[in-house]
Design a protein around this ligand. Structure first.
Ligand code: SF4
Length: 156
């Protein structure tokens, strides 16, 4: 079973009330090959919500306690991000996820890049909080772009 970001499957659960639909990911859900998860909703957020970024670090630093997740208005929401990550980890374990496809750039779901904490639109190399926790526990996590590339090369 594959685990995917809910927003990639078409759910309007992003901070601004939008989705990030990728048809190939939606098809996985329709074919019952995947289950969807939104770590931020699991952590207790609602949609829409304020944008948040990881300050002075990456998702792994947040897990290790040396960086924080902060909303645009300055509110520290680190605990909610960590809670959502652990709930997503429980689901990944429960379904024995073989591959996990998460939305790039998100402070929860990013797998290669996240925003740099200045709310300027600039990105840095790094992963989100949920991705970091899932990888720490041995799960394979890829972005939607990596998933689409894999599909292309796996074509007969
Ligand atoms: Fe939820 Fe992750 Fe999509 Fe953000 S990127 S809306 S946390 S599934």
């Amino acid at each position: 079973m594959i685990l995917v970001s809910s927003c990639l499957a078409g759910q309007a659960c992003r901070y601004n009330g939008s989705s990030a639909l990728v048809k190939e990911v939606e098809a996985l859900i329709e074919n019952k090959e995947a289950m969807m998860v939104c770590p931020e909703l699991l952590g207790g957020f609602h949609t829409p919500r304020e944008p948040a970024e990881i300050i002075k670090g990456t998702g792994m630093d947040v897990i290790n306690g040396s960086a924080r997740v902060v909303e645009l208005s300055g509110k520290d929401v680190t605990d909610l991000y960590i809670d959502g990550a652990y709930k997503a980890l429980s689901i990944a374990k429960e379904i024995k996820a073989t591959v996990i496809v998460l939305k790039e750039n998100s402070p929860s779901c990013g797998s290669e890049h996240i925003y740099n904490g200045a709310f300027s639109g600039a990105r840095i190399a790094g992963e989100g909080v949920t991705t970091a926790l899932l990888r720490k526990h041995g799960f394979v996590v890829m972005s939607e772009a990596q998933f689409e590339t894999k599909l292309y090369w796996d074509q007969p």
